[in-house]
Design a protein around this ligand. Sequence first.
Ligand code: AP5
Length: 189
Amino acid sequence: MGKKVVITGVPGVGKTTVINQTISELAAEAVEYQNINFGSCMFDVASGQGIVESRDEMRKLEQAKQRELQRSAAQFIAKTEGNVIIDTHCTVKTPGGYLAGLPEWVLKELMPDIVVLVETDEDQILMRRMGDESRVRDAEGYRALCEHQEFNRAMAASYAMLTGCTVKVIINADDLLDRAVEELKDILR
Ligand code: AP5
């Protein structure tokens, strides 16, 4: 049976960058992981229904619709066999407050072995968001980002209680991507 590893982090922390480099380095050691982006699975359904044009619009959809999209993404991902990385969010910041990225019915479909929190200093995240013109990032201040990262840790603890998974924090500091990749490789091997 394969390993299921959920990788999370606030938007712009660099989780996708860490995942992509890790997967390509592990492939050179013949350790194979399939990378599934939870948001892309949701987006395929939402754009098919014509309700969003970009992935950044999804977190503004009404709560019931976001839950429905989460459920269809989870059901799709649960069918995947072998080693899987699920690139997603511990919490999503919506106009109505924090939405659990992995509510109970999603967790029970996925049953991850490990939940990884990719974190770094809030100043660095703000700079990375400003430098990324390809996305429509929420305008957030330093304190709001601190709160979001704290909230993600609390939510990850609840996921561990519900599934028995472990929780690993990996720091992706400026210009220290290789260090984050080494840490992630260690838990995926
Ligand atoms: P998603 O696709 O996950 O988008 P995102 O959160 O915006 O994440 P990104 O992948 O764009 O950012 P990242 O943090 O991975 O940073 P990146 O590697 O690009 O989700 C899209 C949407 O789907 C969500 O908004 C939500 O609506 C929905 N969704 C997803 N999961 C959901 C769930 N479970 N429930 C409900 N909704 C869900 O890097 C950013 C920048 O930093 C880059 O410029 C990069 O070069 C730079 N960088 C990275 N690492 C370093 C470093 N070490 N030093 C210097 N620069 C670095």
